[in-house]
Design a protein around this ligand. Structure first.
Ligand code: DNO
Length: 351
């Protein structure tokens, strides 16, 4: 396992020099943040990113993420041209020697929360989600004023997208994912890049949009869409774990033993009701997930890919990008590495 940390590039207030001081972290997960959506990621820039990371003593363990253009997800007429560019980005990743690509197939909104600073009893704050709060949100001004989403759409654009996805339905989205994978997986095989699909977060429909990557059956279906070792998963415990039907240790054991988990996002989440949860500190006692069982499933299946602590709370007065401050993610990395060391030592490994 390569303990890794997400770094948002040179403009990230959590600098790579700070990340260096977390003793267990060996890998950096990053992206190019200045390439317009839909365009090919240039080889030179990918090489520069890798060099910048290696200069500080890390490996560049994954790209998170190359966004999939909405027109690919919607199956619109220009999708072939867009997929072609995506394939070129994958080839460039391979040329630059970057092994794992995390991506998602969520319509319009990536991970979604209704409160970016939910107060916890210990005085820290975390991200939270409540179906009722989401339902009450006003989308008539586009994404303006909504908490925390990176792609912005004006009112007309957003309305158009919501309508188009309503017409598409879940099965249509599955078809378009199948079409995308059929075209990109051969490029990933040639390039030696492992594709790692991130589950939907939360793992159910929001704003009437179809969201399909939400449970074990869906993950099974994804892998069957292209039966190649390069067609794999990012298993995110916090995303799937927001729904109590998802048994994370069982999911990790199943897909891990098939060699199809290429990236592990590990964090805890506290389920507070139906369609409602808040994020928590990483340890088992802080949330609803059994983190020891999660890590044991990775250890027992010999997981050797990148793993990263995921969203952290804001603690000790830190401010910054919600979920991506330094302190609580650093605590998470230390905790997960402690569990890992104990599990590996029990198996007789000196790592
Ligand atoms: C949230 C992240 C996601 C993830 C994308 C992958 O914190 O895990 O935004 O990067 O869904 O494409």
């Amino acid at each position: 396992m390569i303990m890794s940390f997400r770094w948002y590039g040179e403009s990230d207030p959590v600098t790579i020099d700070k990340i260096r001081q977390i003793p267990v972290v060996r890998g950096i997960v990053s992206a190019l943040y200045d390439v317009p959506q839909g365009e090919t990621w240039p080889l030179e820039k990918l090489r520069d990113l890798r060099a910048a990371v290696e200069k500080k003593g890390f490996v560049l363990s994954a790209i998170e993420s190359i966004p999939v253009h909405e027109n690919i997800k919607l199956g619109r007429p220009d999708r072939d041209a867009l997929i072609d560019k995506y394939r070129r980005s994958i080839r460039n990743m391979g040329e630059a020697g970057i092994p794992v690509l995390c991506y998602n197939f969520m319509p319009v909104f990536d991970w979604t929360r209704s409160n970016m600073a939910f107060p916890l009893a210990d005085g820290s704050n975390a991200l939270s989600y409540d179906d009722a709060e989401i339902l009450a949100m006003d989308l008539s001004n586009g994404t303006e004023g909504l908490p925390g989403w990176s792609t912005s759409y004006d009112a007309a654009e957003l309305r158009g997208l919501l309508d188009a996805y309503r017409d598409l339905s879940e099965e249509g989205l599955w078809e378009n994912l199948g079409y995308f994978l059929e075209k990109v997986i051969p490029a990933a095989e040639e390039a030696g890049v492992k594709m790692a699909l991130h589950p939907d977060d939360p793992p159910w429909s929001i704003f009437g949009l179809p969201r399909i990557i939400r449970d074990e059956a869906a993950l099974d279906r994804v892998l069957k869409l292209a039966d190649s070792p390069n067609n794999g998963l990012s298993v995110c415990t916090g995303s799937l774990g927001a729904h109590p039907r998802n048994d994370l240790p069982a999911i990790i054991r199943k897909f891990g033993s098939m060699g199809r988990i290429h990236f592990a996002h590990v964090r805890n989440v506290k389920i507070t009701g139906k369609g409602s949860f808040h994020e928590s500190a990483h340890p088992t006692g802080s949330g609803s997930l059994d983190m020891h069982a999660v890590m044991k499933a990775y250890s027992d299946t010999g997981f050797s890919g990148p793993m990263r602590p995921d969203h952290g709370r804001m603690i000790w007065g830190e401010t910054g990008k919600p979920g991506y401050g330094l302190y609580d993610r650093a605590l998470g990395a230390m905790y997960l590495s402690g569990l890992w060391e104990a599990l590996e030592r029990e198996k007789g490994c000196r790592c």
